[in-house]
Unconditional design. Structure first.
Length: 285
């Protein structure tokens, strides 16, 4: 009997239910699972990338796609390491995609940390041209005069390019280590470690902050943005898009890519989160 199960691709942990499989963690509550999914699908892809694409492609054109219920329920009844030996490569591929994606997104978080710490200074470094990294081409937006050859750089861009990124003149020039940015990157990795070091138990507790605090900050930015001059023009640009842009294939390519970013489709993270649900969890409630 055991030999038959092995030939079918089932591991002993799947067929007999080993102690490690039975002791696999579960979400502390349904709220933790929902918050973890919200945190997974509403991340930098929506907060940071989506507004840029709206501006690039002439406003918001897509509706709300259906929620990825299949991704979160497919693994609900499977709590072992793999379902079939033949499909084990899917798990490895998902891990590689998430690994490379994490390396990219963690750098963006390091930039955000650097801007956060810099915002506590008395004189904001991106609000003036009196810093060591500014060049003669730097200008303050309030005192703007267009240069003849378009070489002027505003203080905000100068701070981003020359202080945060310290972009070199070319790929042949490696440059030096940005210690401020390196420490922010280390801090981001440390926070990620403590969010997952005890498995689903620590992850579930961390989502109470990580999945709700960004919405609070977005609400603050929205209220502040609505008080700025020309705010209604921006809202109108967003809600009333240019229909002529729908004929551009690049718009559909960007929209399709954004769906994968938004819902983390085919990455494996949603199926992993769903696998920590109880076997008889009602996924429709």
């Amino acid at each position: 009997m055991e030999d038959t199960k092995l030939r079918m691709g089932c591991s002993p942990a799947q067929s007999g239910g080993s102690k490690s499989a039975r002791e696999r963690g579960k979400w502390g509550s349904k709220k933790e699972f929902i918050l973890s999914v919200v945190g997974a699908v509403i991340g930098l892809g929506n907060v940071w990338r989506f507004p840029y694409l709206c501006y690039k492609n002439g406003g918001e054109k897509a509706g709300l796609p259906p929620p990825p219920r299949r991704e979160t329920t497919d693994e609900q009844g499977v709590h072992s390491s793999r379902r079939l030996s033949l499909s084990a490569g899917i798990g490895y591929a998902s891990q590689m995609i998430i690994f490379y994606g994490s390396i990219s997104y963690i750098v963006i978080l390091a930039w955000a940390f650097l801007y956060l710490f810099s915002s506590f200074s008395e004189d904001l470094p991106w609000a003036n041209c009196n810093n060591a990294w500014n060049t003669d081409a730097c200008f303050v937006l309030n005192n703007f005069n267009a240069s003849a050859n378009g070489t002027s750089v505003n203080a905000s861009s100068s701070s981003s390019l020359r202080r945060v990124l310290n972009i070199s003149s070319g790929i042949e020039e490696v440059g030096s280590v940005q210690w401020e940015l390196s420490l922010c990157l280390l801090l981001a990795w440390i926070i990620c470690y403590f969010c997952v070091w005890k498995g689903v138990r620590s992850t579930g507790k961390a989502t109470y902050f990580t999945a709700t605090f960004p919405f609070l900050m977005l609400a603050v930015l929205f209220v502040r943005g609505m008080t700025l001059p020309g705010a209604m023009h921006g809202i109108k640009y967003y809600l009333w898009p240019n229909p002529a842009r729908l004929a551009d294939p690049q718009v559909w390519m960007d929209a399709g890519t954004q769906i994968f970013y938004s819902y983390a489709i085919c990455l494996g993270c949603l199926t992993t989160l769903g696998s920590y649900n109880p076997y008889h969890n009602n996924c429709y409630r």
